[in-house]
Ligand binder design. Sequence first.
Ligand code: SF4
Length: 194
Amino acid sequence: MARPVAFNINQKPLVEDISVANMPEGYQGEGFFAAKLSDVVGLARKNSIWPLPFATSCCGIEFMATMASHYDLARFGSERVGFSPRQCDLLMVMGTIAKKMAPVVRQVYLQMAEPRWVMAVGACACSGGIFDSYSVLQGIDQVIPVDVYVPGCPPRPEAIIDGVMRIQDLIGKESIRRRNGEQYKHLLESYGIQ
Ligand code: SF4
């Protein structure tokens, strides 16, 4: 007996489902296109983020769901999850961070090459969450700078994807000079990072 068909009864042509990365603003004519280098680099960077999942508890499970086939983070060019800080540019901290663990998070951050970004996923990573206790770090921004905070306990995969899209926006708009600028230097110095 044939299996009942539950999905794809009204299949759309595949091409309608594919969204193409927007090209940066610029000038074009016959045979040429000129744009700012910063925009082109931003376009490449934002669509090829390599995340490092630093998952310590329940929020990590939501991240697993985000990577799996239903939500499929690969659609955003971020399927290359790595566990070597030297090869990753997005640190995703997901879960409760005990004060004992804080120096480890910081060391992982320091081992990442510039440019690097940080996402705090879930209430625990953002603010300590429900664990207002002597042993839990009340937010990872006490030890490293954070670019995007994703609220929730735990955040659903949709929220994590929203966070990734906000990181993509930041990356796409970031000037290639920012990391050499005074403001960024001061930000790192405020965390005791040279
Ligand atoms: S925010 Fe909630 S779900 Fe996430 S690690 Fe903390 S307690 Fe677990």
